[in-house]
Design a binder for this molecule. Structure first.
Ligand code: ADP
Ligand code: MG
Length: 225
């Protein structure tokens, strides 16, 4: 691919959402605009119940909004066939929740292997080292502490080599030092892999580490300047 075109493609947003509105029992938010490019991180903050998780679900293929459009990797997301959406989930999207979902009877390594097998990647020991869990790989999930389990689940996501990461309170249950380590790893990952990070967090100090901070308040998403 000629350099100039490559640069053009690189500068296109990985995710672009326009005019997003959604309600459940009552209107949650309306006319939301958001975009993020490769190597960028954005935090979304806001009070509990303001709709942060819902917005993340809309951005990440899991919920079609009432109105508006979501363009992911230059594809209008909610017009795609289910098969294409599943391929995005399997290969291109990484999702990290506050509570991990590991297979309890399996070792840490087996848990990570399941994900890499599905996405056709191999395990990157560097990521395990950076997360300080490489020495725990033979342990059963049930033998690990909560913080260790959370880092195994993050390793599982990163080893898929996603192009965009959606993280919902990923450091909510971690001590400060481990939370900082996880943020270090996530921000390094997106720079190295031309990926993007969309982070929902309560924690101001985590939010401030992102390139942009958005606040969901009174049904609007405002970029903090
Ligand atoms: N699937 C759903 N069905 C009905 N109401 C929902 C659903 N998901 C979320 N809600 C409601 O939408 C509001 C926002 O929820 P959520 O997006 O989880 O907020 P936040 O993540 O900011 O705490 C809450 O009042 C919640 O009860
Ligand atoms: Mg939430």
């Amino acid at each position: 691919m000629p350099k100039i075109i490559q640069r053009y493609v690189m500068s296109r947003p990985l995710l672009e959402a326009t005019g997003i509105s959604h309600s459940f029992d009552y209107p949650l938010f309306s006319d939301i605009h958001f975009s993020i490019a490769a190597k960028q991180s954005a935090a979304i903050v806001g009070r509990s119940g303001s709709g942060k998780s819902t917005l993340l679900h809309i951005f990440s293929t899991f919920l079609k909004p009432n109105t508006g459009s979501v363009t992911l990797f230059e594809h209008e997301l909610y017009t795609l066939k289910e098969r294409d959406i599943e391929a995005f989930r399997r290969y291109d999207i990484g999702i990290i929740f506050q509570f991990h979902y590991l297979f309890k009877g399996m070792s840490a390594m087996e848990n990570i292997s399941v994900a890499t097998m599905l996405s056709g990647e191999s395990i990157d020991r560097k990521i395990l080292k950076k997360l300080e869990i490489d020495h725990l790989m033979a342990h059963k999930t049930s033998e690990l502490s909560g913080g260790e389990q959370q880092r195994v689940s993050i390793a599982r996501v990163l080893n898929k080599k996603p192009r965009i990461i959606f993280a919902d309170e990923p450091t909510g249950n971690l001590d400060k030092e481990t939370a900082e380590l996880v943020m270090d790893v996530l921000t390094a990952y997106i720079k190295e892999h031309d990926a993007a990070l969309v982070l929902v967090t309560h924690d101001e100090s985590m939010a401030e580490r992102c390139d942009a901070v958005y606040k969901l308040e009174e049904r609007k998403l405002e970029k903090r300047v």
